[in-house]
Design a protein around this ligand. Structure first.
Ligand code: UDX
Length: 456
């Protein structure tokens, strides 16, 4: 018997699959499973169902080496594991709360298949006290099993721990391999030791590991996760309000961000003004966080304001385009960027999609390019209502003969474009830059009419 830790990952999405492959890279025996059997078929053939740099190569490598396996039979996947990482989705309910029904299903499946000891680790982003409820639910299902099968509680031992993920889409693998911190919420030393054994090999020494390994109780770990995303979202809405002030008062928000970010207590990141934050995490997490706070009688209206400021960015941006272009009906508008941020084909809650929707309603002719457009079209297509927009395979072809260009995602490809060629190809060289990727002065010198967000 070798001493490789056997890990099962439940849910192979944007969090589960990079986590599974990260553990495989460390050298653990990893089994991945999911309710979506078509997705499992793809993954077992070495196909990653979403875009994430570096992950395809890892998938092929570890499937080949055999330390990552896909298992359709969830019962088997649970039986085989020492440690089960729960990475299922926690989507948003209509009242802003998190829908935890997938976790309840997981609780039942685990209880029905548990034998010996298992550590169940909640990695999905969940509101505080979810782990406690997960534990109660598993125990309730186990008690039913004990009664039915005449077993004793010693046959079914388990702990529940919390280990929030801080993986960003587009850099998930490097975030996993070189984490800023590993937070674990545990109830006892046994859980702490197993999680330590799992993560220790990521670090060059035990001292470095101890600096990055933060151990707390389960409720606190859950709050750390929600609070991290809420704070990042707050930073973005804060700089976006400053952008509005700068625009009105003839100041430069990029310099304001630099000036405040040089203070170590503030830090320079997440201070890029623009059309706001999107994606599957930040918008839903701030809503779920303020919702759970309200359940405990805490009025986190600050986060509702952060959300409101963010949603308003879209209207403000389109109003600016309208004001400057006067009539939008029938005008050719080039659009660069659809994904919610660069290096992903994810368009969930993308501010770019929201802008495109509004421009379409104003009857402009959109000519759209995104570096991940072929993946977007192949993997799920454009959202309802956008199916008929014209898409292009290069940024210049989308911009050719355009009456204006709007930039909605800060892909590097756009930063490196030949600006002279761009200007020569556009019918009218007007740019509305929703991500502030260029210098206003340079753009004006080239001959563009250039409108950033809060720039001079
Ligand atoms: C986020 C968290 O960063 C990550 O730790 C967590 O695990 C999952 O949620 P992600 O959703 O991948 O990651 O996106 P992130 O990089 O945080 O960006 C979110 C949005 O904010 C994007 O739309 C991005 O364009 C926008 N953003 C980011 C800004 O508008 N300004 C900034 O300064 C930074």
């Amino acid at each position: 018997m070798d001493n490789k830790i056997r890990i099962t990952i439940l849910g192979l999405g944007h969090v589960g699959l990079p986590t599974a492959l990260g553990f495989a890279q460390i050298g653990w025996e990893v089994i991945g499973t999911d309710n979506d059997l078509d997705k499992l078929d793809l993954i077992s053939e070495g196909v990653v169902p979403f875009y994430e740099p570096g992950i395809s190569e890892m998938l092929k490598k570890y499937l080949g080496q055999g330390n990552f396996k896909v298992e359709k039979n969830q019962s088997q996947a649970i039986k085989d594991a020492q440690c089960i990482f729960v990475c299922v989705g926690t989507p948003q309910n209509s009242d802003g709360s998190a829908d935890l029904s997938q976790l309840e299903t997981v609780a039942k499946t685990i209880a029905e298949n548990i034998s010996g000891y298992k550590l169940i680790v909640e990695k999905s982003t969940t509101p505080v006290t979810t782990a406690a409820n997960l534990r109660l639910s598993i125990q309730r299902h186990i008690d039913t099993r004990i009664k039915k099968q005449g077993k004793t509680s010693d046959d079914f031992e388990f702990d529940v721990a919390v280990n929030p993920e801080f993986l960003k889409e587009g850099t998930a693998i490097s975030d996993f391999m070189c984490p800023d911190r590993i937070v674990v919420g545990v109830d006892n030393e046994k859980s702490r030791q197993l999680l330590k054994a799992i993560y220790l090999p990521l670090f060059e020494s035990e001292d470095v590991f101890e600096e990055k390994f933060m151990v707390t109780d389960v409720n606190t770990a859950e709050i750390i996760k929600h609070a991290s995303n809420a704070f990042l979202a707050t930073k973005i809405s804060f700089i976006n309000m400053l952008a509005d002030l700068c625009e009105a008062a003839d100041a430069n928000v990029a310099d304001v961000a630099k000036g405040i970010g040089m203070d170590k207590r503030i830090g320079p990141s997440f201070l890029n003004a623009g059309i706001g934050f999107g994606g599957y995490c930040l918008p839903k997490d701030i809503r779920a966080f303020s919702w759970i706070a309200s359940q405990y009688g805490v009025d986190f209206s600050l986060l509702r304001e952060v959300d409101k400021i963010n949603l308003d960015r879209i209207h403000k941006f389109v109003d600016k385009v309208k004001k400057i272009l006067w009539v939008l009906k029938g005008k050719n508008i080039a659009v660069w960027g659809l994904s919610f941020k660069p290096n992903t084909d994810d368009i969930r809650e993308s501010p770019a999609i929201a802008v495109v929707n509004k421009l379409l309603k104003l009857e402009s002719n959109l000519k759209v390019y995104d570096p991940s457009i072929s993946d977007i079209l192949e993997k799920g297509g454009l959202p309802t209502g956008l199916e008929s927009i014209e898409t292009y395979s290069t940024p210049i072809s989308a911009a050719t003969n355009a009456d204006a260009l709007v930039i909605l995602t800060e892909w590097n490809e756009f930063k490196e474009i030949d600006l002279i060629e761009l200007k020569e190809n556009m019918a009218v060289p007007i740019i509305f830059d929703g991500r502030n990727i260029y210098e206003s002065k340079e753009m004006r010198e080239i001959g563009f009419e250039y409108y950033g967000i809060g720039l001079r």
